[in-house]
Design a protein around this ligand. Structure first.
Ligand code: IMP
Ligand code: MG
Length: 177
């Protein structure tokens, strides 16, 4: 595994993102929506650095995929709290094509929220298919398939404390597992 963003760099970038959110959203109560499963670690680190009153909710998004290809998006919103008139911040692990964040954003808008912002740990260059501005971005990365810090390859590697790029040996190790 090649380290792309180290543990220290992650903590630094997340602190900067938290500071930007605190400055921009002021002291208004905020409902943070964790886009499961990939953003679970980011959300845990991020919300502990937010200074406004925070509520937490989640949606589950998955794109049926082969190894690294996107398929149809399945969005489960059944665990959401009441969001009418809430200030909402959607947090996802990575902005790739934009389909996930677009679908989650559209759903939130249909619930009558007072305000809506978006945050992602990673923004992958050269992949965007949908017009969507992300409000808070941790790191911009090249078009490579990354894992760790919540991001997975076929369900594994989410527990790595850094963001890494898989190498050939990681692919074959996975096949043996
Ligand atoms: P989208 O293409 O912006 O809808 O991203 C869809 C989802 O694909 C993200 O929320 C991630 O869960 C996953 N994804 C996209 N790129 C990567 C990657 O490089 N590594 C791991 N998961 C990824
Ligand atoms: Mg995801």
């Amino acid at each position: 595994m090649k380290v792309l963003i180290s543990e220290e760099q992650l903590q630094q970038g997340i602190s900067e993102m938290a500071n930007a959110i605190n400055a921009r959203l002021d002291n208004q109560p905020l409902t943070v929506i964790c886009v499961m499963t990939g953003s679970i670690i980011l959300v845990a680190d991020l919300i502990r650095q937010l200074t406004m009153p925070v509520k937490l909710g989640s949606v589950h998004a998955s794109s049926y995929r082969g190894a690294t290809d996107r398929g149809n998006l399945d969005l489960d919103t059944s665990m959401l709290p009441d969001l009418k008139d809430a200030n909402v911040l959607i947090v996802d692990d990575i902005f790739d094509t934009g389909h996930t964040l677009h679908a989650v954003t559209q759903h939130m808008n249909s619930l009558g929220v007072a305000s809506l912002h978006t945050a992602v740990l990673l923004y992958k260059h050269g992949r965007q298919e949908l017009e969507l501005d992300v409000d808070f971005i941790g790191f911009e990365i090249p078009d490579e398939f990354v894992v760790g810090y919540g991001l997975d390859y076929q369900g594994i590697y989410r527990n790595l404390p850094y963001v890494g790029v898989m190498e050939h040996e990681d692919l074959s190790a996975n096949e043996e597992a």
